[in-house]
Structure formats: structure tokens, C-alpha cells
Ligand binder design. Structure first.
Ligand code: MG
Length: 254
């Protein structure tokens, strides 16, 4: 009996020791032919190469349509002050039209095994922040994508409001200025911080592990930095523009 316990303990210890960070494609997998940041293609390509997740950014138009795009403006038009009709004919770098969140999520339902890392952009008013949270939740529920969706935001208000509306959702805060202990107290599930934050606060890695707060680091690119973070104890997820380079590094570590 003792031997079995010993073997089990060893197996658990090795799982912990060799736990590898998961790969999230930043704005989808876009550094590849035919793709573009935040395009539907970038989600399909992230899923096709077996990423744990594909990250994308969401704004809401003045007439209440959530759209997937990174910048606050597109061709000089401020998204949160524009109607969807004013945006719908603008194209991404690969020729796709700017996707609505609904179009994007509908395509997601046709892919498997890739988490949707949905970043809610901070809008100019609390009312707009709450409106986009509500609209995102409606669409996620309508398409039954709750188990595949994880939320991130730079806005503390968005994170807290989201948690109040969807207490079971995975929510990570992006802005790098709240300790894991306080994140846990807010009811959030993770921190998703710029890599320099972890160089400044290495103690937050262990603290997060002890508290069960998930750690995601952004945006780590290039083989050298990816190797550094792939070898760092306490990193659960790496968000990168180079998902295939990171996958190769992780394969060699096995
Ligand atoms: Mg983002």
C-alpha cells in the first residue's frame, strides 16, 4: 500500500514539475499567410494548430453592435461613437470585413477545442462598459459558448461588473496593478499581466499558485523571451504572436 501511495505522490509531483504553460494566440494566429489580427481566419488558424486559446478584442458601437477589432478607431472612425453601418464596409488586412462578435462566435461554434479569450475593451463611460458586458453575455449564452469563453479586460469596472453578472465565468484582469490576493478578493480567477510586471513582482507567481489564481503573461514574442517564460515556474498561460515558435519550444522541453 505504501508503495502505491509513493508512486502516486511521485506521479503527482512530476505532473506539477512538468506542467507546461498553455499557448494563447494573441489576436488569433495572424502572423501566417491569409490571416490578419482579430479576423475570423485568425481564430480558425489558432484552432487548427492546436492552441489552448485564441484571444480577440471587442468594442461596442453606439447602436449596440459588438465588433471584433483591436484599436479604438478604424480608418479614423472611433468605434464606440460610430454606428455599425459606418464600420461594416471596412476591411481587415486580409480582406475580411470587420467581424461582428456574433459572426465571430458563430464561426467559433464550428471549431473545436480552442478557448475564446474575449477581451472587453474599456469604453469611455461606465454605461457603455456595462452595455458591452451584457451584450457579450447574451451572445455567449445564446450560442452556449460559456464553457469555452474566458474574459479579460484592462478595466477593473468591466471585470467586477462581469463577475457580478456571471459569477462562474473565468475572468482575468490585464492592467498589472492589482496583487493576486486582491484579485482573489474581487472574485476574479486570474491575472493576465505584461511580462515586465512579473519581472518586477516575481513573488506574485508563487502567491498566485498558492491562492489558485491563474497566471497568464502577455505578449511574449520571439524564441528567446518565449524560452525564458516557458521555463518560469508558476506561469499557466503564455499569450504570444508566435504560437508555433512557442509550441516548438514546449515540444522540446517534454
Ligand atoms: Mg487584446
Amino acid at each position: 500500500m505504501k508503495r502505491i501511495f509513493f508512486a502516486l505522490a511521485l506521479a503527482c509531483a512530476s505532473l506539477v514539475m512538468f506542467a507546461q504553460p498553455r499557448v494563447v494566440a494573441h489576436r488569433g494566429y495572424w502572423r501566417t499567410e491569409g490571416s490578419a489580427q482579430n479576423s475570423i481566419t485568425s481564430l480558425q488558424k489558432a484552432a487548427a494548430i492546436g492552441c489552448y486559446g485564441s484571444e480577440f478584442d471587442v468594442w461596442i458601437t453606439v447602436d449596440g453592435v459588438p465588433v471584433v477589432f483591436h484599436d479604438a478607431t478604424i480608418n479614423g472612425i472611433r468605434i464606440e461613437d460610430a454606428t455599425y453601418a459606418e464600420l461594416m464596409n471596412h476591411r481587415l488586412a486580409n480582406g475580411e470585413f470587420i467581424p461582428t462578435l456574433q459572426q465571430y462566435l458563430l464561426e467559433a461554434t464550428k471549431t473545436e477545442g480552442c478557448q475564446l479569450i474575449l477581451e472587453i475593451k474599456p469604453h469611455s463611460t461606465a454605461q457603455r462598459d456595462e452595455r458591452i458586458v451584457q451584450r457579450c453575455l447574451e451572445l455567449i449564452h445564446m450560442l452556449k459558448l460559456q464553457p469555452r469563453t474566458e474574459y479579460i479586460s484592462f478595466s477593473k469596472h468591466v471585470c467586477e461588473y462581469l463577475h457580478s453578472q456571471e459569477p462562474k465565468a473565468k475572468i482575468a484582469y490585464l492592467n498589472g496593478d492589482i496583487s493576486p490576493k486582491d484579485i482573489k478578493a474581487m472574485g476574479l480567477t486570474g491575472i493576465d499581466y505584461h511580462f515586465n510586471v512579473f519581472r518586477k513582482h516575481p513573488e506574485w507567481l508563487q502567491e498566485s499558485q498558492q491562492l489558485g489564481v491563474e497566471v497568464n503573461v502577455w505578449t511574449v514574442d520571439g524564441a528567446e523571451a518565449l524560452t525564458e517564460f516557458a521555463n518560469m515556474q508558476g506561469i499557466d498561460i503564455i499569450t504570444t504572436n508566435d504560437p508555433e515558435i512557442l509550441q516548438d519550444i514546449l515540444k522540446k522541453k517534454r
